[in-house]
Design a protein around this ligand. Structure first.
Ligand code: 4NP
Length: 162
């Protein structure tokens, strides 16, 4: 069974599709396509069905990452469907756990920046109302966090006997 990751932000058009596509890029580079699957979702319904934001796609494209996918909303079924759920900021984290009042799945939900090795920011800032530098910062943070996340998964999951 592949290990399943879900990246979550507010709109699912900027940060979480970037995280999903950056992680897919690293997974592909490592030849791990059969072992790690990635998806993304938003806590809001604002942009359901939309392609990634053009400004975000430009910043990702400048770093060699193509953003694919269409926005969908996070649902309570995602708790069972995924092994690890990565929130981009604390607000996303709180919104995700508000769908798990019994806190059954709390251990599956983590903040993305907890996997950063080089950056000290604790959240991936929402770039939506800012300028291009905010979108570039999202990519920088996510490249760091995705590399750290992959390393952690390889150490904790993939080396376990099946
Ligand atoms: P995301 O960015 O959560 O990284 O996809 C946003 C997208 C849309 C909005 C806010 C943040 N919005 O308010 O519509």
């Amino acid at each position: 069974m592949p290990y399943k990751l879900l990246f979550v932000c507010l709109g699912n058009i900027c940060r979480s599709p970037s995280a999903e596509n950056i992680m897919n890029h690293l997974v592909h580079q490592g030849g791990l396509e059969n072992q790690i699957l990635c998806d993304s979702a938003g806590t809001s319904s604002y942009h359901i069905g939309s392609a990634p934001d053009r400004r975000m796609a430009k910043a990702a494209g400048d770093r060699g990452i193509t953003l694919e996918g269409k926005a969908r909303q996070f649902t309570a079924e995602d708790f069972e469907a995924f092994d690890l759920i990565l929130a981009m900021d604390r607000d996303n984290y709180g919104q995700i756990l508000s769908l798990d009042p019994q806190r059954q799945y709390q251990d599956k939900v983590k903040l993305m920046c907890d996997f950063c090795r080089h950056h000290s920011l604790r959240e991936v800032p929402d770039p939506y109302y800012g300028g291009p530098e905010g979108f570039n910062q999202v990519i920088d943070l996510l490249l760091d966090a995705c590399a750290g996340l992959l390393e952690t998964i390889q150490q904790e999951q993939l080396e376990l006997p099946s």
